[in-house]
Design a binder for this molecule. Structure first.
Ligand code: COA
Length: 159
């Protein structure tokens, strides 16, 4: 049974482990060690405790009360319309990939987005996750598949 709940600091340690193991076992293959080392600094237990609760909403997936995933939504920096939001930090515990947990997280994030008047959702996607987001109707920005300096692709979905 998967439950989606709001982030609490008590989840930070397990979230850090889940995120770092995905980064170093999966994402490193596409993005390389230098980029992953830089990204990983944001996801120590301490950094998570400092930052995740400040986001518009941070969700955590629990399977039988064990932490198995996370996804956040936050305001898109620099947007003055209050209609643009960004999806951040979507990670599912490796042993639980392909069980529908990522889908549950994104569906919940989309519901929140609609409720807060979001008209454009943006994601800086890992190479590994692009096709996952495309399943939810996200498309490459300007329909062009271009990588940024961290080798991420920018995808958007409008409502
Ligand atoms: C990407 C990620 C969050 C997907 O989570 P998940 O729980 O395995 O996804 P789900 O089981 O809910 O899959 C939903 C759908 O997407 C598909 N899918 C899942 N991962 C996919 C991938 N990497 N590539 C293509 N399709 C994928 C599933 O087959 C499923 O399709 P279906 O509904 O047609 O059967 C997870 O693989 C992950 O944590 N990856 C490593 C970290 C990462 O890159 N995160 C994204 C940062 S931007």
């Amino acid at each position: 049974m998967i439950k989606i709940v709001e982030y609490k600091d008590e989840y930070a340690k397990e979230l850090s482990e889940i995120i770092l193991s995905n980064l170093y076992k999966i994402n490193i293959k596409d993005h390389g060690k230098e980029i992953i080392d830089k990204v990983a600094k944001q996801f120590s237990e301490e950094e998570i405790k400092k930052n995740f609760s400040k986001r518009t909403k941070c969700l955590v997936a629990l399977k039988d009360n064990e932490v198995v995933g996370t996804a956040s939504i936050d305001k898109y920096k620099g947007d003055e319309t209050n209609k643009k939001y960004i999806i951040l930090t979507v990670f599912v515990k490796i042993q639980n990939h392909h069980q529908g947990i990522g889908r549950k997280l994104i569906e919940n994030i989309e519901d929140i987005a609609k409720n807060i008047g979001c008209k454009e959702l943006i994601i800086y996607a890992s190479v590994y996750a692009c096709e996952f987001y495309r399943k939810f109707g996200f498309d490459y920005l300007n329909s062009k598949k271009v990588q940024n300096e961290d080798k991420e692709y920018i995808l958007i979905k409008t409502f």
